[in-house]
Design a protein around this ligand. Structure first.
Ligand code: ATP
Ligand code: MG
Ligand code: MG
Length: 428
């Protein structure tokens, strides 16, 4: 299919599912992560680098073995990615040391901006995309948070700018008396404060960027250089994604108008970054019917797992196709007005007569707390079980997921209900 070797920084569950998709297309993958990382377990015959995606020498070693680098996590060292893409990595050829440039997708600049949530928000504002109002803190002091509180009001969400995932960089501050606890919980990381959003729904859209350039000032670029998956509804509990509904089941449903607006907003935002690949866009639909972007991930995303069973091209396939410039099914790349007009039915659609619900399997208080739900999934019509090969379970850790498909959203909901019930039991 393609002789190039793709290097992935990170070998967690997203890297593992990316590797599965690569194997189906005979694409060669090399992974940088710790020895027994989930993605390495299913890619044993290919070369790997053992180490951290934050260590420059480990990233250079991966680059030497690869033709193109990509990420399954944004918390990587972007200085070394910049060096590899712009100056190249040193390689020895015929006894001589030369430099060889290795492509990085998406572009290191995109990863650098996105990995700092506050810079990400500023970039989105520069593109004219709405987000929650936010204030950077000059220091991690009670006075600085109180200042932000005077601007934003209470409650507010205090957030780490960097290294955040699964809500582990967030702390709700309901009143000034919560400030000391919040600062203690979030530690030394640089922080910013965000206005509390009373959302009616959380929605998400996977967007594929198929051209390198950023839209810059071009208002219509998103119609040409992005493809969207359907708008889905996400349900978070304790800041961790629990469920994804494709399409939304809830009444009143996310209306057709909001679906179109959310798709356009997500594509416009992604078009304003650099490089190619899949992006996950998380959004709030507020109780005042306003759409805001919560955050963007420059990689496959939890809210796109359902695409494996429910779409012809999964988010993982799409990422590989985009970064290798391989084709998409005809009709999905017709861009411009054709895609805009068909925004009801996005470029990469659900298969006909398919609705999907994705349920995350989180670890519980015992190492095997999640096993009964896995057994139940095997007994459930329409359910596919994905386990990630993580050897240690801990409360709230993503151990796997289940996607249930049926002909209708209500059909899928009926099938998934007993599993949700069991998931709640694992937690309690
Ligand atoms: P992940 O990357 O795993 O999605 P994260 O750690 O980056 O999570 P966020 O996406 O910022 O965290 O927040 C997690 C959840 O917390 C959101 O999906 C939402 O439910 C809630 N949340 C975040 N920001 C706000 C806010 N400003 N107001 C109200 N709720 C919020
Ligand atoms: Mg995040
Ligand atoms: Mg999030």
């Amino acid at each position: 299919m393609d002789n190039r070797t793709i290097g992935i920084l990170g070998g967690g569950q997203l890297g593992r599912m990316l590797t599965e998709a690569a194997h189906r297309m005979n694409l060669k993958i090399a992974i940088l992560d710790s020895e027994d990382a989930p993605a390495k377990q299913i890619n044993a015959r290919n070369p790997h680098v053992c180490g951290s995606f934050t260590d420059p020498s480990a990233v250079r070693e991966l680059a030497r073995q690869c033709d193109i680098l990509t990420v399954e996590i944004e918390h990587v060292n972007t200085e070394v990615l910049e060096e590899i893409a712009e100056l190249g990595v040193e390689v020895t050829q015929d006894g001589r040391v030369t430099r060889r440039k290795v492509k990085v997708q998406p572009n290191w600049r995109t990863i650098r901006i996105i990995q700092d949530k506050y810079l990400q928000k500023q970039h989105l504002h520069s593109l004219g995309v709405s987000t929650a109002e936010s204030v950077a803190l000059s220091s991690n002091s009670a006075e600085a948070v109180a200042d932000a509180g005077r601007t934003l009001g209470y409650p507010l969400m205090l957030k780490s700018r960097i290294q955040a995932y699964d809500g582990r960089g967030n702390f709700p501050v309901r009143s000034p008396s919560d400030i000391p606890t919040a600062l203690q919980a979030l530690g030394e990381r640089p922080l910013y404060a965000e206005k509390w959003i009373e959302f009616a729904r959380e929605v998400a859209v996977m967007v594929v960027k198929t051209e390198n350039g950023s839209s810059g000032g071009d208002d219509d670029a998103w119609k040409r250089n992005t493809l969207a998956y359907p708008v889905v509804e996400t349900i978070h509990e304790d800041s961790i994604c629990k469920l994804v509904y494709a399409p939304s089941l809830h009444t009143p449903p996310v209306s057709a108008q909001y679906t179109r607006d959310a798709e356009a907003m997500a594509r416009r935002a992604v078009a304003g970054f650099w490089g190619m690949g899949i992006f996950g866009v998380e959004m709030f639909l507020t109780d005042k019917s306003e759409l805001l972007i919560n955050e963007i991930a420059p990689r496959p995303h939890n809210s796109g797992h359902y695409t494996i069973e429910a779409c012809q091209v999964s988010q993982y396939d799409a990422h590989l196709r985009a970064i290798l410039e391989l084709p998409f099914p005809s009709g999905s790349s017709d861009g411009g007005s054709a895609v805009l007009q068909s925004a009801w039915s996005p470029a990469i659609r659900l298969k006909s007569n398919i609705a999907a619900v994705m349920l995350n399997i989180l670890g519980g208080s015992r190492p095997d707390s999640h096993i009964p739900i896995c057994r139940k999934a095997l007994e459930t019509q329409g359910a596919t079980l994905h386990l990630y090969g993580k050897d240690k379970s801990r409360p709230g850790r993503k151990m796997g997921h289940i996607t249930v498909i049926a002909e209708t959203p209500h059909g899928a909901q009926k099938l998934v209900e007993p599993l949700i019930h069991m998931a709640d039991h694992v937690k309690s």
